[in-house]
Design a protein around this ligand. Structure first.
Ligand SMILES: [Zn+2]
Length: 496
């Protein structure tokens, strides 16, 4: 008899698990200052071997439906059981095909041969082309994970009314949410910036999404769209249908399919991929990818992880700041040299951000030494105690961007806060990669190169992982001979 894996939603700050059948999207005891972001823990137990074998067989047999292939550890499938889960999936897929012209299929892993030649790079460049996904970006797949979870809960309580959903976004996430929510028959409200792209707004209206626009208030800290979204969730009882794991852990479940796909496709090439560079805004993409890879490692479907690098634009880099503050704590606790003074929360952030940015360049050799120490001691208290400190004292590492108003050509990753920061930072420490602040010139150059030297049509946000690769290669972190995997995450709608 096949048993479903045991699944718990675990809050690291509360130090306790919650039953996923309760329909929780966020920790009910969340408090500012601590890391209450729920983690789905899947204990496969004796079913691990069967899950791995089934996945391998289905892939080899040619199945390319990600939400069927990679669902073994999903809470939605555990709650419904496999036959009912797959029936719900087929129903939603049918509606997506009817309404969007496509359902979710494994997106191509493209070899960027021309691009590698243009960069004089002997190593191979493997690129996941997410621009051909439902609604033109990876965001829809995150929210398909949420829709499946909400449907699993709803079908267990058939009398309960369909909840109203809410999302905040500057574009792609709202469009992804709109496509998926409409297929599920849910009403959606999107909180977007005043200056939202008119094309995006038109597409949202076409999907019958209610649009609420907010301008940036110079006096108030934080993203006004996010704050309005939070008010709607708290005061109106709308469900957070967002790509931020602190509000909606279930979006990570959907995003994991991207990591799984990349892993299976890379394995098929037979290449030894030793590094990846992931663009980071709210952090859900990076967290989802590394979570899938770590699960694959635990199931024996991967032998080791590539070095994980993350990058953010110089116009706004709360994640890189958090990573360097974490690394600094590791250095100080373990008696290693570190040149960056502790952050003064009551002092002007401007000069401190400038110093941190300079240090991320000039201090690269020191950063690499501490990152290497963290990799070697990841499973010991030398690193574990600092990660535990980050759970109880989240606000010592991650807080809303307090520099100049965030600005970049890669405007899709200018989130004020990297909500899903800790799991991604831990994966970077574990693998010995690092987080990098990318110059605007590199972001523009990467976008131009991607458009000229590939057949894809990504936007500048979507190619910012390539910008990170250019910079990390120039800095000597990633060798030109290394095989690298990148994610082109969003379509350039103005050119498509
Ligand atoms: Zn909690």
């Amino acid at each position: 008899m096949k048993r479903a894996p045991h699944i718990t939603l675990y809050c690291p700050a509360c130090g306790r698990g919650y039953d996923p059948s309760g329909g929780l999207l966020a920790c009910p005891h969340r408090r500012p200052g601590a890391e209450h972001t729920l983690r789905r823990l899947t204990a496969f137990g004796p079913s691990a071997r069967a899950a791995a074998a089934h996945l391998r067989q289905s892939w080899q047999a040619g199945s390319r439906d990600p939400f069927r292939l990679f669902s073994a550890g999903f809470a939605s499938r555990a709650l419904l059981g496999r036959p009912a889960y797959e029936a719900v999936l087929d129903e939603l897929d049918g509606r997506l095909q009817e309404m969007e012209g496509t359902g979710f299929r494994v997106t191509p892993l493209v070899e960027g041969q021309r691009l590698a030649r243009a960069l004089a790079r002997p190593g191979r460049l493997l690129i996941k082309n997410e621009t051909v996904n439902v609604s033109g970006s990876h965001k829809a797949r995150h929210l398909m994970g949420s829709l499946l979870y909400l449907e699993a809960i709803r079908r267990r309580r058939p009398q309960a009314p369909r909840p109203t959903l809410a999302i905040y976004s500057c574009g792609n996430a709202a469009l992804g949410a709109a496509a998926v929510a409409r297929a599920g028959g849910f009403d959606l409200h999107a909180f977007v910036p005043q200056e939202v792209d008119p094309l995006v707004e038109k597409l949202l209206h076409r999907h019958r999404t209610r649009v609420h626009k907010y301008g940036r208030d110079r006096e108030a800290a934080g993203d006004p769209c996010y704050l309005a979204f939070r008010r709607a969730v708290e005061q109106k009882g709308w469900l957070p249908f967002s790509c931020s794991g602190n509000d909606n852990w279930s979006n990570i479940e959907g995003g994991e399919t991207l990591g799984w796909e990349a892993l299976m496709q890379v394995a098929e090439t037979g290449l030894d991929v030793t590094a990846t560079v992931i663009q980071v805004g709210g952090g859900a993409l990076g967290r989802a990818i590394v979570q899938a890879w770590q699960t694959a490692l635990a199931l024996g479907l991967a032998q080791r992880l590539p070095r994980i690098y993350a990058c953010q634009p110089e116009g706004g880099f709360p994640f890189v700041r958090a990573y360097l503050l974490l690394l600094g704590r590791i250095a100080v606790r373990n008696g290693l040299a570190w040149d960056l003074p502790p952050w003064q929360h009551d002092s002007d952030p401007g000069p401190q951000l400038a110093r941190l940015k300079n240090f991320s360049r000039s201090g690269a050799p020191r950063i690499r030494r501490v990152a290497d120490f963290a990799r070697r001691h990841f499973d010991t208290p030398a690193v574990g105690q600092v990660l535990a400190e980050a759970v109880t004292r989240r606000d010592a590492f991650m807080w809303a961007w307090d520099g100049a108003p965030p600005r970049s050509l890669a405007h899709g990753i200018l989130d004020d806060e990297t909500y899903d920061w800790l799991a991604l930072a831990a994966a970077i420490l574990r693998t010995g990669g690092r987080a990098e602040i990318i110059d605007e010139t590199q972001i523009a150059r990467a976008h131009g190169l991607a458009r000229a030297e590939t057949d894809m049509t990504p936007c500048a946000t979507g190619t910012s992982g390539l910008a990170g690769l250019l910079q990390l290669t120039a800095a000597g972190d990633i060798a030109p001979v290394e095989n690298v995997v990148l994610f082109f995450t969003g379509l350039d709608r103005s050119a498509a």
